[in-house]
Design a protein around this ligand. Structure first.
Ligand code: NAD
Length: 337
């Protein structure tokens, strides 16, 4: 029976290591007494004609109704005639911004110990509009779409995020010197929004220079906002700066207040079912979800417990050079809670 004080959230455990790391999140949430009731949904075995993908209509409706969800990795089924799962979610739920916090984990040594940045990626257009065709044999064309509407929307989100999270600067990442019309429009929209936030410093950085600066001195950056393709690449680059995809969370922001948090890594078929997966990325994605729900105290407590466990170094999973199982690591987090 539903308790009216609980917030309903959709949970897609996903494939491969998904169910193992989702179990870890459920356990940590129970111990931290988070007022969330999970509504679990699974990827279908057949294509649902209403979504043209393996995601069922009911799953999509669940996120639309609850307006909040957490998603484990989903393996993309091979074969033609269906839409990719992630694309279906993005399009159907209008998930227009992908937000990835990226910060150095205390006690886990990488080349840098002062990374603290947020990448905000436009999630619906650019080179990923799915408009590719053959012009004649040997010549293909891909169309990059940039619209004022989507650019303003993501820029607005980035500045609003900066303002409400005590951030000082927003850098728009672009290649407008070459892509004058498309990236030019993106920048124009960022400039317009920047005028409304005089307290936030605004700068524009060319993508190639941005990559060089990020690997030389990531502390130079605060909030980065960019079109789809650049965001895809830069956000993985940033994950690499702090120790890899097993650690980095993300949250997708949609229209009408919808948000879907997700780990950015895949289903890791090589270690699935072996109790070896690192649940940190999904746990920290779940923390992003809690902040989105204004459950800041719960979010901070869980994040502290995860970071303490990693910093102590006694229980670390294989990807971080340790020998702990997923369950050992989760138990250590619960003990900290
Ligand atoms: P992957 O991220 O699944 O694995 C890459 C490597 O990282 C593997 O060695 C894996 O063991 C390791 N790894 C990933 N996550 C880990 C974790 N939490 N703990 C410990 N080690 C971890 O990438 P892949 O092998 O290219 O993709 C596998 C499947 O996942 C494919 O079907 C792909 O389509 C899908 N995928 C889904 C998403 C998503 O749902 N967002 C993202 C990427 C890939």
């Amino acid at each position: 029976p539903s308790d009216s004080n609980l917030i309903r959230a959709t949970l897609f455990p996903g494939d491969g290591i998904g169910p193992e790391i989702a179990e870890s999140v459920k356990q940590v949430f129970r111990v931290a007494d988070v007022p969330i009731e999970w509504e679990e949904h699974f990827v279908g075995k057949e294509i649902d004609p209403r979504t043209q993908s393996f995601l069922t209509w009911e799953s999509l409706e669940s996120v639309k109704t609850n307006k909040i969800g957490l998603k484990g990795p989903m393996a993309t089924p091979i074969g033609k005639g269906h839409r990719s799962l992630n694309l279906t979610l993005r399009k159907e739920l209008n998930l227009y911004a992908n937000v990835r916090p990226c910060y150095s984990l205390p006690g886990y040594k990488t080349k840098y110990d002062d990374v603290d940045l947020i990448t905000i990626r436009e999630n619906t257009e650019g080179e990923y509009s799915g408009l590719e065709h053959q012009v004649v044999r040997g010549v293909v064309e891909s169309i990059k779409i940039i619209t004022r509407q989507a650019s303003l929307r993501v820029a607005e989100y980035a500045f609003h995020y900066a303002k409400t999270h005590g951030r000082k600067r927003v850098s728009a990442i672009h290649k407008a010197n070459i892509m004058q019309k498309t990236d030019g429009l993106f920048l124009k929209c960022c400039q317009e929004v920047a005028l409304k936030y005089p307290e936030i410093k605004y700068e524009e950085v060319v993508i190639d220079n941005c990559c060089m600066m990020l690997v030389k001195n990531p502390a130079l950056f605060d909030v980065l906002v960019m079109p789809n393709l650049y965001g895809d690449i830069i956000s993985d680059l940033c994950a690499g700066l702090i120790g890899g995809l097993g650690l980095t969370p993300s949250i997708n922001i949609g229209l009408d207040g919808i948000a879907l948090a997700e780990a950015v890594h895949g289903s890791a078929p090589d270690i699935a079912g072996k109790n070896l997966a690192n649940p940190t990325a999904l746990l920290l994605s779940a923390v992003s979800m809690l902040h989105h729900l204004n459950l800041h105290e719960k979010g901070d407590r869980i994040q502290d417990a995860v970071l303490k466990t990693i910093a102590e170094g006694k229980y670390r999973t294989g990807d971080l050079g340790g020998t702990a199982t997923t369950t050992d690591f989760t138990k250590a987090i619960c003990d900290h809670l």
